[in-house]
Design a protein around this ligand. Sequence first.
Ligand SMILES: C[S@@+](CC[C@H](N)C(=O)[O-])C[C@H]1O[C@@H](n2cnc3c(N)ncnc32)[C@H](O)[C@@H]1O
Length: 413
Amino acid sequence: MRLIGNKTKLLGSIEEFLTERGVVGGTFLDVFAGTASVGRHFRARGFQVRSNDLMVGSAVRQHTYIALRRYPSLAKVRDQQPVRRFLRSPAGRRALAERGAPPKGASGLYEVVAYLNSQLPEVEGLFARQYSEGGVGERLFFSAENGRRIDSVHNQLMVWRQAGTVNESEHLLLLTGLLEAVDRVANISGTYGAFLKKLQGSARDRMILRPPVIETQGPAGRVFNEDANALVRRLPVDVLYLDPPYNGRQYAKNYHVVEVLAELHSVQLSGACMEAYEAEIYGKGGLRPFVDRQSSYCRKRKSKGRPDCAEAFFDLVTNARAEHIVVSYSEEGILSREQIGEALAQAAGTSDYDYEQGHLEIGYKRFRSDADKKNRTYRQPEGRAKDVVAEWLFYVHAPQYARPRRRRVRAAS
Ligand SMILES: C[S@@+](CC[C@H](N)C(=O)[O-])C[C@H]1O[C@@H](n2cnc3c(N)ncnc32)[C@H](O)[C@@H]1O
């Protein structure tokens, strides 16, 4: 899934960085989880993952990739007349054959996804109206057909959820499939901060759900959906992984379309008035206020008494209760190397930060959308290839937070 700062390409380097420092297991809190790629990776390595993010869209995916123990059967959905009829029909058998053999335990999920992909009538709902071609919002995030398909799949999931045909985990698993499908056909260049003027490339394709592939090897973890600074104060862990936003672009403004879809189910389940919810969508891009999802980490300077990035970061690391703290940060971020080092030294109770032992720079190729290639130039440090940018990794050992149960965590120092 597209997300600024997604660490999918750096997972191997982060793991190596930790292993070299003797950190090979225990509880692992990914407190700015985003796509959940980091937590998922370390779960597969046997860590007991705790995962958190401020955004509801992230929390939905974390439920699927971090908290699920096994594929749910979706038995009550498969028992429904129209679903049974479809699965026995030649069209149903063909759809399943095309998708290929499911992983162990996932046949129910494969069947339900095949049904959702081909059997629902299109519906004109919030997504068709607000975010799709021909809608009142005149926002070209999706083709007209895909807008109606998003609404129809979402409505079906809600009907099943409200009738108790799916439980919460089954619902969130199917919703994950929908969020990921939506992202593949979004008419955007990188983020949802703006839509493209004409429907481009994959946005013209018909939206197809794919069954999410869940992690069945490592231990199931726990998921949170709250402010990182509040969570670290009350959740002691062995390893704290920090990958905060690094620039001024608020995630709530750049992923609002995904966020609306992700939170629609809880808005509906809470019985809130959907017309009132939709009426709060505003502006050229169809934003929502999302005041509760504004991040201090995107603020260079304090504003209206709200902390800035440096203050929030210092507060987090000095109040965390973790023996090992690891930070990922872009060299192009708001915080300087020195600000991060000073805060980590405070967390460890030392006067200086040991850059030699605790710091690493990894170069990787910058993602550039077509629009970005045309309109932006980036500073190219001396001796650096074009479009290569560095990600910083930091590590600090805070032995005062070593927990008694430490069978699988070894500290290097
Ligand atoms: C750089 S991204 C993380 C990317 C993630 N490591 C991945 O691989 O996908 C930063 C994340 O921090 C979240 N975030 C921002 N401020 C937060 C806060 N105060 N508490 C919790 N999460 C926050 C954003 O919603 C975003 O998903």
